[in-house]
Design a protein around this ligand. Structure first.
Ligand code: CO
Length: 165
């Protein structure tokens, strides 16, 4: 409003405050002000996804997960093993094998994840036996995204797909 008032005062001082001049100033100001709201998508309700490892098997208890577009996703991974560590890594489409290979090279101290891996959308570090880890991230664009455990030897079976609708 400060801008409108100052423009109005300015125009008044110039003797230009007629109906036409003033309304065009207001239209311009309103158009500029409403633009950001129109371009930001409405946020969907937050979503919680639960996944777990299945005993001592090298699998998750589900291989499909789903969430709506524009949601904030919290993923909980419960490690039900008594001996094995697992992580959970969400990858860009088509990059799961590369992420696992790069993760193996990075090693245990890096949670089997390459530093700042551009192919990784969200991830949990290695979760120890019996523990639960959580990660919160914004849903990527609608599509199908592979997730996997990058602990060496696990990703062949310990994997699935997160679908964003
Ligand atoms: Co694993």
């Amino acid at each position: 409003m400060a801008t409108i008032v100052s423009r109005r005062e300015f125009l008044k001082s110039m003797g230009l405050v007629g109906g036409l001049a003033l309304s065009s100033v207001i239209v311009a100001a309103c158009g500029g002000g409403s633009a950001p709201a129109a371009t930001s998508a409405p946020a969907a309700a937050p979503v919680t996804l639960d996944i777990a490892s299945k005993g001592e098997e090298l699998v998750y208890d589900k291989n499909t997960l789903e969430a709506p577009a524009n949601s904030k996703i919290t993923l909980n991974l419960k490690n039900n093993s008594t001996a094995l560590s697992h992580n959970w890594v969400l990858c860009k489409p088509g990059t799961a094998d590369t992420v696992a290979t790069d993760g193996m090279a990075a090693g245990d101290t890096k949670n089997y994840l390459k530093d700042n891996d551009a192919n990784v959308i969200a991830h949990l570090p290695l979760i120890k036996p019996g523990q639960t880890g959580s990660v919160t991230f914004n849903a990527p664009a609608p599509g199908a995204y592979p997730f996997e455990c990058t602990f060496p030897g696990h990703n062949a079976l310990m994997k699935g797909t997160l679908t964003i609708k």
